[in-house]
Design a protein around this ligand. Structure first.
Ligand code: ADP
Ligand code: ASP
Ligand code: MG
Length: 401
């Protein structure tokens, strides 16, 4: 079998942990498998490098940031190769570019355009363990690019797809995908299996256990992901195709996203073109708007609320403050969060959302915004109720049973 292993920051967070990753890789190799390992930077390293840059500049060049941040993963990859050789295995460390990962030119948030697996395949054929620095590639000008935070998951899935690997095993400090973040709700239960669709929603709605773009790509390339722990030998969770019987389960997981902020606009002139003008200005600055609510108007005035990520609030605020016509009042709120319930079963059942609303009401938690899709319901609430809301929803749908 050809298996891609991916080890996240915590799993390679110290020299001892890199050593134990080496043992795990060596064991899989000795069982007769071909192994490609994708590694993250040691935990905290990407943030540390970012802080170093901030010491010199508030707005460092994105090209140089990619040079800088890509080094974290290169350190881990090289150390792992050295450790493996010491254990008697032949191994080679590669940068993303050397592994054949080609991206577009969008520095700090590049997309993978193609992977030429020839170099990796040649090294595998000669019996080596191939170790690839995650989170990075190279663009058509030969410049190093990075793939966005958490991007080593994406590297691993893309490589598994390009090599037609039998599985992509993603190792972290949890032994699988739980019904919600086990750090928030200790009663969360590990799932044996979850569909790509549900995992994509959970990841996009705040469950950081897998990067959302990696799940999207796995679905497209039909890569089987197994989420496992690097600290135990527990079975893990398989992420794969939706199966018929899954619809019997109403809600399969709860996600929490604390990185949310809200912009509220009052006394907005209710005439065609206003929303277009506001949201075009935001889009021009690459600000992603998530939920939008507009109220019914009275006396030709309406109110408009929308959410952005906290990191983009300052930019959004600047744009809105400079908007000098047709808006009566403007306010900005960082102390909100988004809780979401996710489940493919919602497609065929009604009343799922109403249950959530009643449960939160019983706890006196006010729901400030709502958005729904076929398989999710998201609610914006005050940040201080984040944990209570997650635990309340987890229990009302009996996810702890
Ligand atoms: P790595 O550094 O290896 O990439 P992450 O920190 O990105 O690992 O992801 C693992 C963390 O994801 C866990 O420690 C856990 O707190 C968090 N997490 C959030 N939601 C979930 C969930 N539904 N199931 C499991 N873990 C979750
Ligand atoms: N080191 C990068 C980050 O912290 C990429 C990753 O770990 O996946 O975001
Ligand atoms: Mg991660």
């Amino acid at each position: 079998m050809l298996i891609v292993h991916k080890y996240g920051g915590t799993s390679v967070g110290s020299l001892e942990r890199i050593e134990s990753v080496a043992s795990r890789v060596a064991k899989a190799k000795k069982e007769g498998n071909d192994i490609v390992v994708v590694v993250s930077a040691m935990s905290g390293e990407t943030n540390k490098l970012t802080d170093y840059a901030k010491h010199f500049s508030d707005n460092p060049s994105k090209r140089e940031m990619d040079m800088l941040l890509s080094s974290g993963e290169i350190v881990t990859a090289s150390l792992l190769a050295i450790a493996l050789k010491e254990m008697g295995l032949d191994a080679i460390a590669m940068t993303g570019g050397q592994a054949g990962i080609k991206t577009d030119t969008f520095h700090t948030y590049a997309r993978i355009e193609s992977i030429d697996p020839t170099a990796m395949q040649n090294e595998l054929n000669s019996g080596k363990v191939v170790i690839v620095a995650g989170f990075q590639g190279v663009n058509s000008n030969g410049e190093i690019t990075t793939l966005g935070r958490g991007g080593s998951d994406l590297s691993a899935v893309a490589i598994a797809g390009a090599l037609k690997a039998d599985a992509c095993e993603i190792y972290s400090d949890v032994d699988g995908i739980y019904t919600t973040d086990p750090r928030i709700e200790p009663k969360a239960k590990k799932m044996d299996y979850i569909s790509y669709e549900e995992m994509l929603e959970l990841a996009s709605l705040g469950a950081k256990v897998l990067q959302n773009r990696s799940v999207e790509l796995a679905k497209k390339l039909k890569v089987k992901i197994v989420a496992k722990s690097s600290f135990s030998n527990a079975e893990g969770t398989v992420i794969g195709k939706e199966s018929g019987k899954m619809e019997a389960v109403l809600v399969s997981g709860i996600a929490l996203d604390r990185n949310q902020a809200r912009v509220s606009l009052r006394d907005v002139s209710d005439r065609p073109g206003i929303a277009a003008e506001i949201f075009t200005k935001l889009a021009e600055e690459q600000i992603n708007v998530d939920m939008i609510i507009q109220n019914a108007s009275s006396d030709g005035l309406t109110s408009l609320g929308f959410t952005v990520t906290q990191s983009e609030l300052a930019k959004a605020k600047e744009i809105i403050e400079n908007f000098d016509h047709d808006i009566g009042g403007k306010s900005f709120d960082n102390d909100i969060c988004k809780v979401s319930i996710v489940g493919v079963g919602m497609k065929s059942h009604s009343g799922v959302a109403a249950t959530a609303f009643s449960a939160l009401a019983k706890e006196n938690i006010n729901i400030e915004m709502i958005s729904t899709s076929e398989i999710k319901v998201s609610m914006i609430i005050a940040e201080k109720y984040a944990e209570l809301a997650v635990r309340t929803l987890h229990s009302i749908y009996e996810l702890d049973k």
